[in-house]
Ligand binder design. Sequence first.
Ligand SMILES: Nc1ncnc2c1ncn2[C@@H]1O[C@H](COP(=O)(O)OP(=O)(O)OP(=O)(O)O)[C@@H](O)[C@H]1O
Ligand SMILES: [Mg+2]
Length: 326
Amino acid sequence: MPLISVKDLRKDFKVLAHKSGLIGAMRNLFSAAGRIVNAVDGVSFSVEAGEFVGYVGPNGAGKSTTLKMLTGILVPSSGVIDVCGFSPPHKARTKLARRIGVVFGQRTQLWWDLPPRESYDLLMRLFGVPRGVFELRLARLSGLLELEGLLDTPVRKLSLGQKMRCELAAALLHEPALLLLDEPTIGMDVVVKEQVRKLLRRINEAGTTILLTSHDLDDIEQLCRRVMVIDKGRIIHDGGVDALKRRYGNRRRLVADFLDQPKLVLPQGAEVASIEGLRATIDFDADKLRAPEVIAAVVAGNRIHDIAIQECDIAEVVKRIYGEGK
Ligand SMILES: Nc1ncnc2c1ncn2[C@@H]1O[C@H](COP(=O)(O)OP(=O)(O)OP(=O)(O)O)[C@@H](O)[C@H]1O
Ligand SMILES: [Mg+2]
């Protein structure tokens, strides 16, 4: 029995077509005219216990809307959702809240004027977690997320990264079976991002199922075995990260440092992605060209300092997918 099961899920929003000006404003008051946005347009997938799944797509693709329906905050327009045995989630929000942890990077579930410790205390009472158990869990999470020094500071005084660490602790204190994360690393510096990733990996290894959205594709590449890509409300890929790369072309990247300004004549299937100073980055289709052919073309007539071949990273792949969808 999967932990999440979604069939032909849809969410339509009616957006009023606002007219400007005074007369327009009057018309807005009385007119029910509007257009329908199909934010989630027939999505089906399931997630088994223990998985770590990435959910990516361009702005406005429908990721947050999907997650909100999974948590029961939003009521679907149609379709079937089962989360941790609750179907539909919006009819069992309180019970479901004990089984899932939720982090929306843009919002907080901590009280703004209270120190995190007090918010945690309230949440634990809400969930009926005994004090001794709560203190032990908090001590462990505080060590993992480096919360010492933050726990007694009002949330409004914390930086974005500090707030997010406290937020993750709030989502984990009741030890949920499923963690839904909407851009959990947004606004963090690289060091904190690394810490958060390490923590998420550990939580997943300890058995918590995780569904994560992120615009930082390093998050996905480093954490997720499986990635779902959504565009305009529809899932256009669901599978392994490697399969995604293969499906959208087997691309390689050659980075060459020259001793002086290069003259580049490239074979078909290879193109210059960027030139910065004396460094050229060249992408090529590895199904059409072999690396030695590209190297030979780059070396011909140029003085080379260094040369390297890399795999295109997932960010490049997804950028191309988004580009195709437009
Ligand atoms: N409450 C709402 N009322 C009207 N339209 C909405 C509402 N919430 C979302 N939408 C629209 O639904 C579509 C999907 O939005 P959603 O927030 O799910 O995108 P997203 O994939 O999370 O994007 P982002 O990467 O920017 O966070 C967008 O066109 C958005 O404008
Ligand atoms: Mg979003």
